[in-house]
Design a protein around this ligand. Structure first.
Ligand SMILES: *Cc1c(COP(=O)(O)O)cnc(C)c1O
Length: 363
């Protein structure tokens, strides 16, 4: 199992995180969808979420959902990115539910569902302020009246997304908008909605504090399951495991060099003009991992005395002057990943994935 670079995935820790999140949410009457887009829907990891007890799966991409179906997953799957008009057939064929905000697309989903002789559920996304996808709340009633007339479509409920674009935090007040809209829909349109979907990992803090308004009964959680973090609230979730993923890359050069390049500075490999502080002679290592493999800014060296100086397509350069252990060519350096690091490394074909389950490494 010594392929390098290599992402080591501890499935036991992911299962543990899923089980803890599910237990907390279920205590508050909230169902949990395990969001698989951050790990490119890698089947072993998806299985760990299901073993942890998630109520369903969700992914932003039909391509991933089709793969999950081909791998034999039968759990309900929600499509989390509002569908492309060009993709409605796949959406109704492979996912049980999709989130939506455009009536034209919902009508097309309805036609596709009818053609297949099935029914497709939708969650209508409401924009409560983050300004990514969703209908503005004043327009919800109007679009709901149209949606309920579309054959082949069942309006399962309302949902909202926060944190991702505008960095808006989930709060009692903005989640209450969904609850109030659902009450208004029941009263004025006579439809009672099954699901009010109140966000992702960034909503967990509110669940912990008991601050989620009654009526919100679903979360769609990715980041916290895998990394035990909540980037939007800038916190480590102290009751989750944060070390399920470890990236290892092999050292291919170790040398002492000046900290400022020698000669006239033009552009680097990506068209930027690099700047360097003069810290004298430093010990440096190059590892066989670059921008083609992973989003470098999403990596954190495990040894906090090691720092990443930069990277080109295929080489990453590190300052190892103060690193605790002696480093030689052929050694491996270890990195934790942030959410953006995880996104990139999961889908990188250059990074081998190895899995640990029931405390045993699988190959
Ligand atoms: C990615 C995504 C999620 C999951 O977010 P996390 O922060 O990873 O928990 C939930 N809902 C939607 C619509 C998403 O796109």
């Amino acid at each position: 199992m010594n392929f390098s670079p290599r992402l080591e995935v501890d499935l036991d820790k992911i299962k543990y995180n899923a089980a803890r999140i599910v237990a907390l949410c279920h205590q508050h009457g909230i169902a949990v969808l395990g969001v698989t887009k951050g790990i490119a829907a890698i089947p072993q990891i998806v299985s760990a979420l299901l073993e942890g007890g998630v109520d369903g799966l969700a992914d932003a991409r039909t391509e991933n959902i089709i793969e999950l179906r081909n791998e034999g997953f039968t759990a309900p799957i929600t499509l989390l990115r509002i569908p492309r008009l060009s993709d409605v057939e796949n959406v109704v064929k492979y996912s049980n539910v999709s989130v939506n905000s455009e009536i034209e697309v919902i009508r097309a989903l309805g036609r596709a569902a009818q053609n297949l002789g099935i029914d497709h559920d939708i969650i209508l996304m409401v924009d409560v302020g983050d300004l990514r996808e969703g209908v503005m709340s004043e327009n919800v009633l109007d679009i709901v009246r149209k949606v309920i007339q579309i054959e082949g479509i069942t309006l399962q409920g309302l949902g909202t997304n926060m944190g991702c674009f505008g960095g808006i935090l989930p709060e009692y007040s903005n989640l209450s908008i969904l609850v109030e809209l659902a009450q208004e829909i029941a009263l004025k349109v006579g439809v009672s909605l099954q699901v009010l979907s109140g966000g992702g990992s960034s909503s967990l803090l509110l669940v912990e504090e008991g601050g989620v308004p009654a009526g919100i009964n679903q979360l769609r959680v990715g980041e916290a399951m895998f990394l035990g973090t909540d980037t939007t609230n800038n916190r480590i979730i102290d009751w989750l495991k944060t070390d399920a993923f470890l990236l290892k890359a092999e050292v291919i050069e170790v040398k002492t060099k000046p900290s400022v390049p020698i000669g006239n500075i033009g552009r680097d490999a990506f068209g930027n003009i690099p700047e360097f502080a003069d810290n004298g002679m430093r010990n440096r290592a190059i590892v066989a991992l670059g921008k083609q493999d992973v989003y470098i800014e999403g990596l954190i060296p495990v040894d906090d005395q090691t720092s990443i100086l930069g990277a080109s397509s295929d080489h990453m350069i590190l300052d190892i002057t103060d690193t605790r252990q002696q480093i030689s060519v052929g050694d491996e350096l270890e990195f934790r990943v942030t959410y953006s690091g995880l996104l990139s490394v999961s889908q990188s074909k250059y990074v081998t994935k190895v899995f640990r389950k029931d405390a045993v490494w699988l190959s």
